[in-house]
Design a protein around this ligand. Structure first.
Ligand SMILES: [Zn+2]
Ligand SMILES: [Zn+2]
Length: 132
């Protein structure tokens, strides 16, 4: 069983996972770029019941179906969570051991930043990936 540990920049928000991720994907949409302040959002997707979060998390609804969770003290984005499904994506940058992150897909590549060159051979989707 894969367990992952992570948290925000200041350490006030911590999490651990209790099961393997459903997938690990990189989203290049503009909302992720703005929310994280980075060129893309690499995130590991989990069932909500497989993630334990401690500490005070603030949330922001960046779209109708998606809430972003971040530390109100240091501002680090820790997760994104759709309201229509019991899943949450943990940001790869918040992992204690980022080497545990192994992406399997890029999506929303239509809004990918131009300097980002994808040569890892992974599937790419210009918008949302097809449902699994
Ligand atoms: Zn923090
Ligand atoms: Zn996105």
């Amino acid at each position: 069983m894969t367990r992952m540990f992570g948290g925000c920049l200041c350490g006030a928000v911590r999490y651990e996972t209790h099961n393997a991720p459903l997938n690990m994907r990189v989203c290049h949409c503009t909302l992720c770029q703005k929310a994280i302040g980075a060129a893309f959002n690499a995130r590991a997707l989990f069932r909500i019941e497989d993630v334990s979060i401690s500490g005070d998390v603030a949330t922001f609804p960046s779209s109708e179906d998606l809430v972003r969770g971040f530390c109100p003290r240091c501002g680090a984005t820790v997760f994104s969570r759709p309201s229509s499904a019991s899943i949450m994506g943990l940001t790869a940058g918040s992992l204690d051991d980022p080497s545990a992150f192994a992406p399997d897909m890029h999506f929303w590549t239509a809004s990918k930043q131009l300097w980002v060159k994808l040569d890892d051979g992974l599937p790419q989707y210009p918008e949302a990936p097809p449902p699994a």
